[in-house]
Every structure is written in structure tokens, then in C-alpha cells.
Ligand binder design. Structure first.
Ligand code: PLP
Length: 406
């Protein structure tokens, strides 16, 4: 390990809360889908900051928006509105089912707002006893106490004291399981159209359609968490558009600011009207700097060229992963939509995802996992084809190493 890396590792352990296990190298600079560390070593980025840097690093349109707004106005709080927030909200409305927008700073905050809105809408407009939330095993919705409680992974919610009550978890893609627990006391069904952290698992068409019908029958709101799957990630601006199933509330974050922290909750006028001045709020949410960058990101992402390019890149990723697999027989399945892809390791390699990530890093490739058995790919939506080829060559070397030492 180079000296600077050892120093960074030492410092990390001295100054940071011990909740992360970062890679040994420290990135200092990025351009497009290439990143450089303190030693000047170069990496191909298939991780995209966990589906965040959807236009790669330092995209000129985002840099320009940040500079321009940075010279104008950074922050005024929500005691005042601001021009970039109004423009961004209008563009999100024009591009989706939505009629009202709430801005926050992270995925968890957008979801927290969504769950509060669903409860508030039900209790104020329908019945004070309508508080049940139906959610799914392996779901991930963020790290606030409410969002880890709605999330379907007890390892993230246990040990923090009493949890918000009246939350029920059932298996994903199992319509009968939803049918068995939904009733007139249900205020919302919450799901990711493609489960991300839970293993890159797309919903089936019949499941989403069926859940929509059950929600309508029981006056429950359908909430789509598109924090990871939104903003072009799966090849349409939002994943619900692939299915033709429209939610009542949609949250998005990660790629929305292309690396600048911002999130949004979208909903209808009717549902939004349950809330009044003071019912919910945030200091930073919708600040001009974040909204200016997100507006630039939306302008670039929501174009036919970028959308068509995602499908082409999807094809190249899947084809190359399958080619690697014919040689090494290391995956049981390559799945996902657009540029949110998962490669599930075959049983002989279960638990090895992190080993492959480490091997990839030493070959100059940044990669993600989704649990111990799945490699996850969430690159820039405009990654150069040459970068895909180079990254895949490095991945193959990493896999050869792990297979060889197995
Ligand atoms: C990342 C993620 C979140 C949490 O977002 P943060 O910005 O980390 O709070 C919520 N839901 C999904 C589906 C995510 O992928």
C-alpha cells in the first residue's frame, strides 16, 4: 500500500465514525467515466457514485450551472422561494404525472416526506385509523428511523429503540402476499420498481399492475421509491414509464443533481392539498445552488439521444458480461434495466462480491455490489463505449484472479 494511502487509512480510522469500509485508494479527480487517485492511478468508473454521477464526473453543463449559480445566489431558505427551484419543479411536472413537488437533500428525506404525506393524507382526508404501510423484504428506502423501518432489512433498523408502528413487510413480486395484508386501514404501499440495494430486482408487470388495482380498491396510495431507478437510470426518465403504472407519490434523488445533493418528492395536486403551511419543511431543501445543477442535469438527461444511448450501452454491458461468463461460468444471471445491472454470482462464488470489487480496484475499475452475491453496475448514462470496453477488460482480469485463487 502506498504511503499516502496508509496515511489516509490511518486518518480515516482516527476521525470518522466507523460505519464505512472505504477502498484503500483515495479518488481526487474525475472526468467523464475516468477517476484518478492520490497516486495518479486511473480508474474506469462503473459505480457512478452509487447511481449518482449519471453524466459522469465534471460534465461541462453541470460545471457551468454550478459556476453560474455560485456567482449569483447560494441559499435563501424556504422563507423565500427562488428561481432555479421554480424552474426545476415545473420541468419535473412537465415530464411526469406530477402536479406538485417537494425538494429535499437526500433520498431518505424525500422518502420520509412521502411516508409522512401518505399518513397525513389518509388521516386528514379519509380516516384517523388509516395508517398501515405495506412494504417489501429487501427493500431499501434510506437511513432515517422511519425509512429504515419501512425498508425490508432488519439489520439496518434493529438496535435503535422502538420503531414507527403499523408497517408490514411481504415478499417482493408476490401479489397474493399483498392481497393478504392490504385492507381499508392501509394508507400506502411503498416499493422500488427495481429493487436496487436489495439485489437489482425489477418488478414484474403483473405485480405492479396488480398492486395499483389493490391500492385503488382500498383507497391506499401507491408510492414509488425511484431514488435509484429514476432520472434515466433504467432507460426512461422514470421507471414507472416502462410499466405504464402511475404512482400517487414518487421520490427521486441520487442522479437528480448528478453529484450535487438534492432529492424530490412528486405527487398530485389532490394529495398535496392535504398539507398546509408548516406541516412539513426543511432548511436546505430546494436551495438555488442544488436546483440549478439539477435543472442542468435534467435538461441533458431528458433528451431522446441520451435515452437511446442508455439502451445501446445496456446491450453492450449485457453482451460483454455474458461473454465473460461463457469463459468463467461465474454468474447465474445478468439482470436489470437500462444502466442499473446486476450480475448474480453462481453458488461457488457466493459471498465473494467484495473480493471481486477489491480485485477490480487493483485492476483500475470502480464497481459496486448489492449484497454479498451480486455485482452491481450503475455507470454514467453517457459513458463512452471505449470506457465500457476498457472497464470490462479490467473486470475480466479481476475475475480471472478471483477464479484462479478460488
Ligand atoms: C440510496 C437510496 C435511498 C437513500 O438515499 P440517501 O440519499 O442515501 O438518503 C433510498 N431509496 C433507494 C431506492 C435508494 O437506492
Amino acid at each position: 500500500m502506498a504511503k499516502q494511502q496508509a496515511v489516509a487509512r490511518d486518518t480515516f480510522e482516527k476521525v470518522m465514525l466507523p460505519i464505512y469500509a472505504p477502498a484503500d485508494f483515495v479518488p481526487v479527480r474525475g472526468k467523464g467515466s475516468r477517476v484518478w487517485d492520490q497516486q495518479g492511478r486511473e480508474y474506469v468508473d462503473f459505480a457512478g457514485g452509487i447511481a449518482v454521477t449519471a453524466l459522469g464526473h465534471c460534465h461541462p453543463a453541470l460545471v457551468a450551472a454550478l459556476h453560474e449559480q455560485g456567482e449569483k445566489l447560494w441559499h435563501v431558505s424556504n422563507v423565500f422561494t427562488n428561481e432555479p427551484a421554480l424552474r426545476l419543479a415545473q420541468k419535473l411536472i412537465d415530464a411526469t404525472f406530477a402536479e406538485r413537488v417537494f425538494f429535499a437533500n437526500s433520498g431518505a428525506e424525500a422518502n420520509e416526506a412521502a411516508f409522512k404525506l401518505a399518513r397525513y393524507y389518509a388521516s386528514s382526508k379519509i380516516s384517523p385509523f388509516k395508517s398501515k404501510i405495506i412494504a417489501f423484504h429487501h427493500a431499501f428506502h434510506g437511513r432515517t428511523l422511519f425509512t429504515v423501518s419501512v425498508g425490508g432489512q432488519p439489520k439496518y433498523s434493529d438496535g435503535f429503540g422502538p420503531k414507527p408502528a403499523d408497517i408490514v413487510h411481504v415478499p417482493f413480486n408476490d401479489l397474493d402476499a399483498v392481497r393478504a395484508v392490504i385492507d381499508d386501514h392501509t394508507c400506502a404501499v411503498v416499493l422500488e420498481p427495481v429493487q436496487g440495494e436489495g439485489g437489482v430486482m425489477p418488478a414484474t408487470q403483473s405485480f405492479l399492475q396488480g398492486v395499483r388495482e389493490l391500492c385503488d380498491r382500498h383507497q391506499a396510495l401507491l408510492v414509488f421509491d425511484e431514488v435509484q431507478s429514476g432520472m434515466g437510470r433504467t432507460g426512461k426518465l422514470f421507471t414507472y414509464m416502462h410499466y405504464g403504472v402511475t404512482p400517487d407519490i414518487l421520490t427521486t434523488a441520487k442522479a437528480l443533481g448528478g453529484g450535487f445533493p438534492i432529492s424530490a418528492m412528486l405527487t398530485t395536486h389532490e394529495i398535496a392539498s392535504a398539507m398546509q403551511v408548516g406541516t412539513h419543511g426543511t432548511t436546505y431543501g430546494g436551495n438555488p445552488l442544488a436546483c440549478a445543477v439539477a435543472e442542468a442535469a435534467l435538461d441533458v438527461i431528458n433528451t431522446p439521444e441520451v435515452m437511446a444511448g442508455i439502451e445501446e450501452r445496456h446491450g453492450l454491458f449485457v453482451e460483454t458480461l455474458e461473454k465473460i461468463n461463457t469463459q468463467y461460468n461465474i454468474f447465474t444471471q445478468v439482470r436489470g434495466m437500462g444502466l442499473l445491472l446486476g450480475a448474480e454470482l453462481s453458488p461457488a462464488y457466493h459471498g465473494k462480491a467484495r473480493d471481486i470489487l477489491h480485485a477490480a480496484a487493483s485492476e483500475g475499475l470502480m464497481l459496486l455490489n448489492a449484497g454479498p452475491d451480486i455485482l452491481r453496475f450503475a455507470p454514467s448514462l453517457v459513458i463512452e463505449f471505449a470506457d465500457i470496453h476498457e472497464g470490462m477488460a479490467r473486470l475480466e482480469k479481476a475475475i480471472a484472479k478471483v477464479v484462479g485463487s478460488h
